[in-house]
Write a protein that binds this ligand. Structure first.
Ligand code: UTP
Length: 275
């Protein structure tokens, strides 16, 4: 399979319970780092990777995400009339003209695997990217997903973004055990969802960046409920590994877990210290 990665899936239908009460009515993906919502960082990362179709998997209370990317005719007219041309450009660039987006409702928050499966009618038979906007990754250059697209183009294999985490934190992640490294990537031998530290095969954690081949969809379809009673993407990837090589890739860049208060605070405080 040598198709180009032109679509990115953004599963944003989760409940965001770790950020309540802020996320009761506001999606966590719309929480801003100063003046830009997490969701916009994620879309910009995809655009930088040459992706031109964004697939948002949304749920109830998530309408502001799609509204953020809608064209704002009245506001644009008003800014033009006031000659605020720099601000006008910022607003217009939120979704570049060559990029389109599609929204699909996940009827129930049944898990990340299920959310990705909801994208199947739009993705079809192509490899695709998955970006979780609450993992904000900054590398100061081309972006994490671009690095992963390049590795896919080189290997034609599914690629999972991974990083070393505190061994005490393995219970919050999918954890992988790998074979021998070539540069920054290695084939995955084993993947387990949220193992306790005492049984974790390593401290190499899967973060919110994936390149997946379309074979994942049949695997998710056959995946029952796993950890936390949810349909887990990790379990479907474990199944995919029986048929295809899946790579772990230690990307360049710094990740902030903005789905947690501490990670979000760390990203914010970084800005204040620089300023
Ligand atoms: P999380 O594990 O962070 O869950 O989901 P959550 O509900 O968003 O947040 P907490 O843990 O309750 O605070 C990881 C990603 O998967 C998406 C989430 O929106 C997030 O981007 N997701 C999760 C879905 O889209 N649907 C689901 O059913 C579950």
């Amino acid at each position: 399979m040598s198709k180009k990665i032109s679509k990115a899936v953004f599963p944003v239908a989760g409940l965001g319970t770790r950020f309540l009460p802020a996320t009761k009515a506001i999606p966590k993906e719309m929480l801003p780092i100063v003046d830009k919502p997490l969701m916009q960082y994620a879309v910009e990362e995809a655009v930088a990777a040459g992706i031109d179709t964004m697939v948002f998997i949304t749920g109830r209370t998530k309408n502001s995400i799609t509204e953020h990317f809608d064209k704002a005719y009245e506001m644009e007219k008003e800014l033009e009339a006031r000659n605020k041309l720099e601000t006008l450009k910022i607003i217009r660039d939120i979704m570049p003209a060559h990029v389109s987006y599609v929204c699909i409702r996940q009827p129930e928050a049944l898990g990340l695997g299920h959310a990705v499966y909801c994208a199947r009618p739009v993705i079809g038979d192509e490899p695709f990217a998955v970006i979780l906007p609450d993992d904000l990754i900054e590398d100061g250059s081309r972006g994490c997903i671009k690095q992963m697209v390049e590795l896919y183009e080189q290997t034609q294999s599914s690629v999972l973004g991974v990083e070393r985490v505190n061994p005490q934190d393995t219970g919050s992640y999918g954890i992988v055990k790998t074979g021998e490294y070539t540069g920054k990537y290695a084939p995955i031998d084993l993947i387990v969802e949220k193992p306790k530290p005492e049984v974790a095969p390593s401290n190499l954690a899967v973060v919110g960046r994936y390149i997946l081949t379309p074979a994942i969809f049949d695997k998710i379809k056959n995946t029952g409920r796993g950890a936390g009673g949810e349909i887990q993407l990790t379990d479907a990837i474990a199944d995919l590994m029986k048929d295809e090589q899946v790579l772990a890739f230690e990307f360049e860049g710094k990740r902030y877990d903005c789905g947690s208060k501490l990670g979000f605070f760390n990203r914010h405080s970084g800005i204040w210290f620089i300023a």
